[in-house]
Structure formats: structure tokens, C-alpha cells
Design a protein around this ligand. Structure first.
Ligand SMILES: [Zn+2]
Length: 199
């Protein structure tokens, strides 16, 4: 195999690795993903996409179990029917179409996704929901700041729009740089996109 074809194979493997789980025929893992326009959830497995209502009962039960373990999520979703609450919870916690399957081949539920479901959703304070960068959990405030930093907004405007002082902003930024292992705003923005904190 010459260099060119080796590169091609490596590239192809890289692309396949980036595809949502379940997208290819024969990939029987199940990936959930949320539609931001409608807040509906879909499940993709073995190349077929189905609405959330078609998900098997054992899978729904596993999602419900996570929800029941999270008092804050339970409080936020208590006005909904059980079916609606399970779907909304799945939307917020498992909504990204990523390459790490939400249910493995054996049907076991994995950990939540890095998924910013929308602005002002209370789910960022749920214990079972976390947004991580390189495995480090970001606080809701840090997520807000990362999103603003990624828009290229000057620090003065960021601190004003959040109603905090520049020195408080600098403290947050120091924590963010540490969690991201970067030293610049550009570095934060790049990693935030790579790890789906900004979408
Ligand atoms: Zn949410």
C-alpha cells in the first residue's frame, strides 16, 4: 500500500469514527438526537431513524430511571405526562447526534452527551446533565462565558452583559483556560466547537 492509499484509509476511518452511532446499516447501537426546532427526539439504529415513541420500553425505562434519580430534573418536568417528561429529559441529556452511542449494542444506556439544548434551559443545573471539556465539568456560568468568548465579544462587554466585574470575569476565565488546557480565547473557541459546547 502506498502512502496515498494509507492516508485515504486513515481519513475514511476518521470520518466513520465521527459519524453518529447507529447511522450505518449494521451498526445496531442506538443513538438519540434532538431536533432543536421541535424539541422532539429521534432514535437512529441500523441506519434507520425512528421517532422517540418507537423506542423500546426497556430503553424508555432506563431513561426514566435516570430522570427519577435527579430531583432537580424531576421538579422541572413535573408538569408533563410521563411520556413527555421522558422525551424532554432525553432531549436535554442525550440530544446530540454524536459518535458515542447512547445505547450500546446490548441496549444499555451510556452517559449523557455534550449538548447545549437551547438558551435558558434549566437543564444545565440538573445533576445528571453535564457539559464537559476534556472530561472537566463546566459550571453553567462557565458555559455562558465560553459561548460569549467564542463570539469574539470584548471582555468589557461580556462582563457587562453578565452583570459581573472584570476581575470576576478574569477569575472565571482562569478556570476556563485551565479546564480547556489552552491559553487564549481562540484556543477556547476552537475547543468549544470541537467538543460541541458551542454549536
Ligand atoms: Zn435542556
Amino acid at each position: 500500500m502506498n502512502d496515498k492509499s494509507t492516508n485515504f484509509v486513515a481519513k475514511r476511518q476518521h470520518i466513520v469514527h465521527q459519524l453518529p452511532a447507529g447511522l450505518l446499516k449494521g451498526d445496531t447501537r442506538t443513538e438519540l438526537f434532538g431536533c432543536r426546532d421541535t424539541n422532539r427526539v429521534y432514535a437512529i439504529s441500523d441506519g434507520i431513524t425512528l421517532p422517540f415513541s418507537n423506542l423500546s420500553n426497556p430503553m424508555k425505562a432506563m431513561i426514566l430511571e435516570r430522570l427519577l434519580d435527579d430531583p432537580k430534573a424531576l421538579e422541572d418536568l413535573k408538569g408533563l405526562s410521563q411520556e413527555e417528561a421522558i422525551e424532554k429529559y432525553a432531549f436535554c441529556v442525550f440530544g446530540a447526534a454524536d459518535s458515542e452511542a447512547d445505547f450500546c449494542r446490548e441496549g444499555v444506556l451510556g452517559s449523557g452527551d455534550n449538548f447545549i439544548c437551547g438558551n435558558n434551559c434549566g437543564c444545565l443545573s440538573w445533576e445528571s446533565k453535564s457539559i464537559n471539556v476534556d472530561g472537566n465539568r463546566l459550571t453553567p456560568r462557565e458555559i455562558e462565558i465560553v459561548q460569549l468568548m467564542s463570539t469574539d465579544m470584548p471582555d468589557k462587554h461580556i462582563s457587562e452583559s453578565l452583570g459581573i466585574s472584570i476581575s470576576t470575569l478574569n477569575t472565571h476565565k482562569a478556570h476556563i483556560f485551565e479546564k480547556f488546557s489552552v491559553y487564549s480565547k481562540t484556543g477556547v473557541a476552537r475547543k468549544a466547537i470541537e467538543q460541541k459546547i458551542v454549536q
